[in-house]
Write a protein that binds this ligand. Structure first.
Ligand code: ADP
Ligand code: MG
Length: 916
């Protein structure tokens, strides 16, 4: 049974209950009704202190939450039942969400003690991956988006809302760009509109079916109008309108609200206004998750010195979406620079920001009427820090920082109101009193006074009664059930006065009350009760008042978030010795894009932190230049390419960069393609995928793009792979004009540099020290020696006979290739291009020419097959011919793509042994 079918089985009313529907007990009949009206979720049904599920759903709950499966028996049958404690529900709900279930909480909506007969229940909340708002289920530093996709013709609309903060974004684009954006936002849950055919997505959101009518343009406009006075001013296409309308409708439905108060504004953005990083690039550059070269660390982890959750989420947003507007980037860099120069302000800011609460989520809770008195106090203590933060910024010279300073509204009115209304250290519960401060409300003060006087009277009662009765052991006490009492031990019972009324008999004593005590007690209870409900009412009013200021608070949260990121970037720059990047100045006449990437002593920001020593490397890439990077495995090619991209990304997000100096163009997109054998991350690293990603790049890159190709062509045979690599290089250079770094194991590719201006070679080498191979990790001009594998083997201490033999073989191979190439130079390019395009359309190259004029080893094999060994022309005896054939077979079977240089050498030495 697949996952969907499994879910179906626990959604809706249990068939076995429906079969006896008319006979069910009132409670179970209520359960089946709720299951039917909420048949898109697993219904958890409150019974006292537990949420219960029955029948199929019970089995699922028991299995997923690891709770006991029990039974409920009544006259109509025996029903499997499983429950989770309400007090402790968060952890269990999380498990259900993780297992892919939507959950509907059916709560008792009337007090069980007041209900006559069956307690009324209703679904109060739908809990889904995109709509969870419980603190415990949310990751503090991450945005959890609920998303919707809609389509109108060729335009796709995409909208997301973070229900915990109210951030709502909408965008629209063609299908490819919209999908990329979707991957970037990676909503936890996705509502998909009619006719949107989505491919499988890399982040596997929960796909939620929802009323298609909600996607209707008119309906959507209606929904949106509750959030934006002029809906059509917010969106730019019908697709966007449909998406955001349906999204909000679904969020309202899930939260059981008619309008989501915490969504203060809906913001449209255009992905083209940012440096575009698709999911593949973010993954292979290890911005957020790491499975490759960075040794478990990510760029985000290096940068995350944020002091508060607001900053943490904002940092993530900036890193996902670096800028392309030079002025905006410079404004950020100015701010980072100013803070980097001012250690004192930086430290003060950090200190102040570290006591800032998550205002965005606080505001959302306040607007949603879920905030406690503690939340309001948290808001107030955060606001308390604002004057100090403004003070810190007073002397820092940066336009952006002074703008931020100006938007830091101290919200004195809100602050003071909370301060006056709420006690200093309020309880978590808001219904049981002790929340509202003294002096805030006269009536409350009176009620409290009355209760207090009564308690005072009671507290003196003991001494008075002891004196009146002469019973020294007489005690006055209180218990929940019986209220106040006077307790007299059995030996003293004869001295009890007449006005004592017996209340309770214990083993060694009797408890009494007096009419006056009873009266006082009623008075105290009445006043206290009344005070509690008045307090609750007052609290709700304060909360509602604060909620009307949501937008102002939101603006402060916004500014604090930016501020925290800017100071974080300054901290990181100072701690790690980053420099301010420069951008080629975009005069009106010459475009900002028209000079290349110049980096002095660049470093990989993540790798340099993960190891003791890091070798800085320079980069000088003219616009549209293609650098072919060769060198042995582990010599530093991948690290080098990524560091160039990371420097560009950091710079455009407004960060300083790990280098001695950097002069950069503004790039519009970063593309990466990591060849199959290097792509540990994907899991589905098939050749097809490699090619479709290459297609993406070739179609979408512009001359302002930066392209990284790492070992492209590994997923197929050497011949095809080389052909594709060569064709792709030529295309990127001739047609696309993107600035490109291409790490390749195809040494044969390096001669492209001779044929094309703008294509050049770089290489990495290794040396030997004290008998160990050392990779210098230092980039140098020109191609690496073709036999670097053999050199490394030599360095690694492979016996010299083997190394020598290997050298001979390589040279022989090169001679052969040289001869082949002389015949084939003119039409080789054509052949190669044909094969590449065949591969791209998914056809095999079988109908083309067979691959003979190719890699050195293949040529060597051909030689062997014909009975020739390059270094032994007259080998004719039959035993040797047999051995030769065997060797040829074995060579043919060897998967060179998957073979490391060392394994290749082992193979060679084995083959050589056979021949001898
Ligand atoms: P390649 O792609 O050539 O196989 P990598 O780039 O994956 O090599 O680098 C292999 C390892 O070498 C990295 O994990 C890192 O530990 C180390 N390394 C790479 N570049 C440097 C450098 N510039 N300085 C120091 N160590 C480096
Ligand atoms: Mg590599």
């Amino acid at each position: 049974m697949n996952a969907d079918a499994q879910r179906e089985a626990v959604y809706g009313a249990p068939p076995e209950m429906l079969a006896v529907r008319d006979d069910l007990t009132p409670m179970l009949s209520q359960y089946t009704d709720l299951c039917e009206t909420h048949d898109d979720a697993l219904v958890l049904f409150q019974v006292g202190d537990f949420y219960e599920a029955f029948c199929g759903a019970a089995e699922t709950v028991a299995r997923t939450c690891e709770v006991t499966l029990t039974k409920r028996e009544d006259s109509t049958g025996t029903w499997p039942m499983a429950g989770i404690p309400i007090d402790n529900a968060a952890g269990y709900l999380e498990r259900l969400l993780d297992a892919g279930y939507r959950v509907a909480l059916a709560d008792q909506v009337e007090d069980a003690s007041e209900a006559s007969g069956l307690v009324d229940r209703a679904v109060t909340q739908l809990i889904t991956p995109g709509t969870v708002v419980d603190e415990e289920l949310l990751e503090a530093g991450r945005a959890t988006y609920l998303g919707a996709v809609a389509r109108e013709g060729d335009t796709y609309g995409l909208a997301v809302v973070d229900v915990s903060t109210g951030e709502c974004l909408v965008t629209g684009a063609d299908r490819a760009l919209a999908l990329e954006e979707l991957e970037r936002l990676a909503p936890a849950e996705l509502v998909v509109g009619p006719d949107c055919d989505l491919p499988s997505l890399s982040f596997a959101p929960m796909e939620t079916p929802f009323d298609p009518d909600a996607f209707d343009a008119e309906t959507a406009r209606e929904t949106l109008s509750a959030y934006a006075p002029r809906p059509d001013a917010v969106v730019e296409s019908t697709a966007e309108l449909r998406a955001v309308g349906a999204l909000l409708a679904y969020a309202e439905y899930a939260q059981g609200d008619s309008r989501l108060e915490y969504v203060s504004r809906v913001t449209r953005f255009d992905p083209r206004e940012f440096l575009q990083l698709d999911a593949t690039a973010m993954r292979s550059l290890e911005l957020f998750d790491s499975r490759g070269v960075s040794g478990g660390n990510t760029l985000y982890a290096v940068l995350d010195e944020t002091a508060c959750a607001l900053g943490r989420r904002r940092l993530e947003a900036w890193l996902r979406r670096p800028l392309v507007d030079a002025d905006a980037i410079d404004a950020r860099l100015d701010a980072v620079g100013a803070l980097a120069d001012d250690a004192l302000s930086r430290a003060d800011l950090r200190d102040a920001l570290s006591s800032v609460y998550d205002l965005e989520r606080l505001v959302a809770r306040i607007a949603r009427e879920r905030a406690s008195a503690r939340d309001l106090r948290s808001l107030q203590t955060t606001l308390d820090r604002i004057p100090e933060i403004r003070e810190t910024l007073a002397d820092v010279e940066s336009g952006l920082l002074s703008d931020l300073r100006d938007s830091l509204d101290e919200l004195e009115d809100v602050r003071d109101h909370i301060d006056r209304a709420i006690v200093a250290d309020p309880p978590q519960e808001i219904t049981e009193g002790g929340v509202i401060a003294a002096g805030y409300d006269d009536e409350l003060d009176d009620l409290r006074g009355t209760a207090e006087d009564g308690r005072e009277w009671v507290s003196k009662l003991e001494a008075r009664e002891q004196e009146r009765t002469g019973i020294d052991s007489l005690e006055v006490g209180y218990n929940q059930v019986h209220g106040y009492y006077i307790e007299v031990t059995n030996p003293n019972l004869d001295r009890v006065p007449d006005d004592y009324v017996r209340r309770q008999t214990l083993k060694n004593s009797e408890r009494f009350y007096t009419p006056e005590l009873k009266e006082r007690e009623d008075e105290i209870l009445r006043a206290a009760d009344r005070a509690d409900s008045l307090e609750y009412e007052l609290f709700c009013n304060v909360r509602a008042d604060v909620a009307t200021e949501s937008e102002r608070i939101q603006a402060v949260a916004d500014a604090l978030a930016d501020l925290d990121v800017l100071r974080t970037l300054a901290d990181v720059a100072v701690a790690n010795d980053y420099v301010r990047p420069e951008f080629h100045d975009g005069d009106a006449s010459d475009s900002a894009f028209d000079a290349g990437i110049e980096i002095e002593a660049g470093r990989h920001p993540v790798v340099e932190r993960a190891q003791d020593e890091f070798v800085p490397n320079p980069t000088s890439l003219p616009p549209g230049g293609v650098a072919l990077i060769t060198g042995p495995n582990m010599s530093g090619k991948s690290t080098y390419m990524r560091q160039v991209a990371l420097v560009c990304i950091l710079a455009q997000m407004g960060s300083f960069v790990p280098a001695d100096a950097a002069r950069l163009p503004i790039i519009d997109r970063v593309f990466t393609r990591v060849g199959a054998s290097d792509d540990i991350a994907g899991g589905q690293s098939t050749f097809m995928r490699e090619m479709s990603e290459l297609t993406e790049i070739l179609h979408n890159a512009t001359d302002d793009s930066l392209v990284l190709l790492d070992e492209v062509g590994r997923g197929t045979s050497t011949t095809d792979g080389l052909a594709i690599a060569r064709a792709a290089t030529e295309f990127v250079h001739d047609e696309v004009g993107a600035t490109t770094l291409f790490a390749t194991h195809y040494h044969d590719l390096t001669d492209t540099a001779d044929e094309r201006e703008g294509v050049f070679n770089l290489h990495f080498t290794a040396t030997q020290t004290d008998g160990d191979v050392t990779f210098l990790h230092s980039v140098a001009e020109g191609p690496s020696s073709s036999s670097y594998g053999v050199e490394v083997a030599h360095l690694a201490g492979v016996p010299s006979t083997v190394v020598e033999r290997a050298r001979t073989l390589v040279e022989a191979g090169e001679r052969d290739t040289a001869t082949d190439e002389q015949d084939a130079t003119t039409d080789e390019t054509a052949t190669v291009a044909d094969e590449a395009s065949n591969a791209k359309t998914g056809q095999s190259a079988q109908d083309g020419p067979t691959d003979t004029e190719d890699g050195t080893l293949a040529a060597y094999v051909d030689g062997l097959e014909n009975g020739h060994r390059p270094d032994d022309e007259d080998a004719t005896d039959s035993a040797e011919a047999h051995a030769t054939r065997e060797v040829a077979d074995q060579l043919r079977e060897a998967d060179l793509v998957e073979t490391t240089p060392l394994e290749a050498l082992n193979l060679l030495s084995e083959l050589k042994r056979r021949l001898e």
